[in-house]
Design a protein around this ligand. Structure first.
Ligand code: SF4
Length: 212
């Protein structure tokens, strides 16, 4: 018996149930293609579609798929943008039709935790866009908020700091020093304890270890 798979399934089922009890639309996908097809089902011509700073979402190839559709892609990670253009895209993500992001942690109690340096992701996932889809691998599931904050500070932020080659203490040691650095990347933490009352949020979990 694949006990690892069994354990993941049990944890995911518990998390889905908790997310639903917190009024999120929640679903689990056992493979990438089914998940991507589901996401693409929300895409309509002329939509403005925003992307949070998310390795998970980009690793699914959704940005590339959208290039063939008649939609406006608001992706501030696109190569060659000026600082002004990046800020303009972040600003426009706040009121887009569909916002796609991951989360830094999702608790088994059905809460969603995100950390941000600027606030475009924490804001766009909670209020503004007509539809928000949060996509996360099972590796983002943690028991509770404390474990989620621990994950944010000692796993997600240090790995992001290292990935971006930032001059931050966590990029050296791999754990948080609660620094006062000017370049600190974790300045805002959002915890959605329930689906924000005016925002349509779906949480799609996938049977993969994805993102940071
Ligand atoms: S507070 Fe500083 S050291 Fe801690 S995770 Fe954030 S950037 Fe890294």
């Amino acid at each position: 018996m694949d006990v690892k798979g069994w354990h993941i399934e049990k944890t995911v089922q518990r998390t889905l149930k908790a997310l639903e009890s917190n009024f999120f639309d929640a679903a689990f996908f056992s493979d990438r293609q089914t998940l991507v097809d589901k996401v693409m089902g929300f895409v309509k011509p002329k939509m403005k579609i925003g992307f949070g700073g998310s390795i998970t979402v980009r690793s699914l190839g959704i940005v590339e798929l959208l290039k063939d559709k008649n939609v406006e892609i608001l992706d501030h990670w696109k190569q060659g943008l000026t600082k002004e253009e990046i800020n303009e895209i972040r600003f426009r993500q706040l009121t887009c039709d569909l916002f796609l992001s991951s989360a830094n942690a999702i608790t088994e109690k059905g809460e969603i935790i995100n950390v941000d340096g600027k606030g475009n992701r924490t804001n766009s996932t909670t209020y503004g866009p007509k539809k928000v889809i949060i996509i996360a691998g099972f590796n983002k599931i943690v028991p509770d908020i404390n474990a989620g904050l621990e994950r944010v500070k000692n796993i997600a932020a240090p790995m992001n700091a290292k990935r971006l080659n930032l001059s931050l203490p966590c990029a050296e040691t791999g754990h948080c020093h609660d620094c006062k650095s000017e370049g600190r990347i974790c300045r805002i933490i959002s915890i959605m304890q329930m689906r924000p009352s005016e925002t349509d949020v779906s949480v799609f979990l996938i049977n993969e270890d994805l993102g940071l």
